[in-house]
Design a protein around this ligand. Structure first.
Ligand code: GLN
Length: 547
């Protein structure tokens, strides 16, 4: 029988519920259990695909093409269970399917209501995750307890334990225990209130994970335990990590969270824990051999979650090469005002990520020109690749006014144009070229060598593509098409062979990078940046006299 863990959050948002859930999933997997992860989001958008990165951070794309919450990125990076469309439901999606059923007459003339119809729909979304091949399903409820919009989800997970048996369900509540400087004290009251809210709804949490800046004393843990009606060993401290998010699983182990979960759910098939690969990873992180800086030049650079998976993938590659990577978040619009030289010199690598909309495009093109002309390792992703093609067209081939038809409908040289299948699309949500698509690589290219194979599957999210009418001209002028769709019809990777490392891809490799297994292209990019840093350092050294 599949066991279910529900993770809720209280007091404030942004407590890192996603990371804590993912870390717990990882620990249970390391104990030999088969885990699946799910997120339920209380907002009304059907998926985050139509939301601005300013609102919601990155949209995380799965193999099956679903556009999901960025917490699913944490799940994929920390655990190995397959993620599909079923792993992320929003209020919008739940209502959409209930309304569709109502229109089809499924409810046989009944009045359709939040309870039971919406709550039943939520419960079936959770039940679908279970099965013979899964030991534990971890379902994270987005938002904060006390929000009006989370109520149907909380009611559904309350009922869930009645349906499957209380012994098969564990409620974990993440809360904040703030430190008040003036009083020099940790405050437990917000936690008491938020657990009070949960209990009012009928949910008694089994485990409290308390985020805090300072260690919680035994006395405070006892106080929380007694007011919130949980045993004191179920009050788990999760202290802020100023070093790395990869410390989270280790600190949960130190606080025996995995033992507690295994014991509470009676997971008798759990093995003892081995997290050696993670402790080794942290060791590499703490003892870097190289120090490099990478500039990420994007439209949403000031929003820390907008390029989440890209920053993570750079870190994974850094850990793989034992390099400490400083990431500079550069707004592409600033480059238009201040120039590439001023903002980008000193970086050992430049990355231009994906995006939509015209603002900052010229800044990206200038950044790419700077990287290409100065021999700085360059990595372009999706829109970053499209900008690389525009830059090469304008400045190497001499195609004045070369552009993407996304931004200039009347460009004399539309080197990036709309995919054929996109010509008649008018609906916004879920209508791009999405999800896993195969790419055939040129074995002799940088990408071919980095992957070490000829066929790869990578995730896509775009409407525009390289315009094949220009292929001959680009090839004649030294650009290499290092990867295409297997039928050769779509350009997936471009490279500049005479440059030390210039690779741009139409897909999103960042979604498939893992802490213990950096993505080959990110790894190649970081390696090239380390080489550049060493060369620069060598050329800065005064020549030592041999006499
Ligand atoms: N806006 C571009 C397109 O739709 C790039 C998309 C992206 O970078 N994800 O093709």
């Amino acid at each position: 029988m599949t066991k279910h863990i529900f993770v809720t959050g209280g007091v404030v948002s942004s407590l890192g519920k996603g990371l804590t859930s993912a870390s717990m999933g990882m620990l249970l997997e390391q104990r030999g259990l088969r885990v699946r992860m799910q997120k339920l989001d209380p907002y009304i958008n059907v998926d985050p695909g139509t939301m601005s990165p300013y609102q919601h951070g990155e949209v995380y794309v799965l193999d099956d093409g679903s556009e999901t919450d960025l917490d699913l990125g944490h799940y994929e990076r920390f655990t190995s269970g397959e993620l599909t469309r079923d792993c992320n439901y929003t209020t919008g999606q739940i209502y959409l399917s209930v309304i569709e059923k109502e229109r089809k007459g499924t409810y046989l003339g009944k009045t359709v209501q939040v309870i039971p119809h919406i709550t039943n729909e939520i419960k079936s979304a959770v039940k679908r995750m279970g099965g013979d091949d899964v030991d534990v399903v971890i379902t994270e409820i987005g938002g904060t307890v006390g929000d009006i919009e989370s109520l149907p989800f909380l009611e559904a997970i309350r009922q869930f334990s009645l349906d499957v048996g209380r012994e098969n369900v564990l409620y974990m509540h993440l809360t904040l225990v703030p430190y008040l400087k003036a009083a020099d004290e940790l405050k437990t009251k917000p936690t008491q209130h938020s657990v009070g809210e949960l209990r009012k709804i009928g949910i008694q949490p089994d485990i409290l994970v308390c985020r805090c800046e300072h260690s919680i004393s035994r006395e405070d843990r006892e106080k929380i335990a007694s007011f919130c009606n949980v045993p004191v060993d179920a009050v788990i401290e999760e202290k802020d990590k100023d070093f790395s998010i990869y410390e989270v699983p280790i600190s949960l182990v130190d606080n025996k969270l995995d033992d507690l979960v295994v014991q509470r759910l009676g997971l008798s098939n759990a093995k003892s824990l081995d997290i050696t690969p993670w402790t080794e990873l942290l060791h590499r992180l703490r003892n870097p051999k190289h120090e490099i800086s990478i500039a990420v030049v994007g439209k949403y650079a000031e929003h820390k979650d907008a390029y989440k998976s890209i920053y993570e993938a750079i870190d994974h590659a850094g850990m793989g090469h034992q390099a400490q990577v400083r990431i500079g978040r550069i707004q592409s619009a600033d480059i238009e005002r201040e120039g590439a030289e001023r903002l980008l010199s000193g970086y050992h690598g430049i990355l231009v990520p994906g995006g939509f909309g015209e603002r900052g495009i010229e800044g990206k093109v200038q950044a790419i020109k700077f990287a290409r002309e100065r021999g700085i390792p360059f990595f372009g992703i999706c829109l970053g690749m499209q900008c690389a093609v525009i830059e090469y067209g304008r400045h190497v081939i001499g195609l004045d006014g070369a552009h993407s038809s996304e931004f200039d409908k009347d460009s004399p040289h539309p080197v990036i144009c709309l995919l054929d299948e996109q010509q008649n699309v008018t609906q916004m949500g879920g209508t791009m070229r999405l999800g896993t698509q195969p790419t055939k690589l040129d074995r002799h290219s940088l990408s071919g060598k980095a992957y070490g194979c000829e066929d790869v599957d990578e995730r896509h999210r775009h409407r525009y593509e390289f315009n094949n009418q220009f292929r001959g001209q680009y090839e004649a002028n030294g650009m290499r098409f290092a990867g295409t769709s297997p039928d050769g019809g779509l350009v997936e990777i471009v490279e500049v062979p005479e440059h030390p490392w210039f690779v741009a891809v139409q897909y999103h490799p960042e979604f498939k990078s893992k802490p213990l297994k950096a993505h080959p292209l990110f790894s190649g990019f970081v390696e090239a940046a380390i080489t550049r840093q060493k060369l620069r350092k060598a050329s800065d050294q005064p020549a030592v006299s041999q006499g």
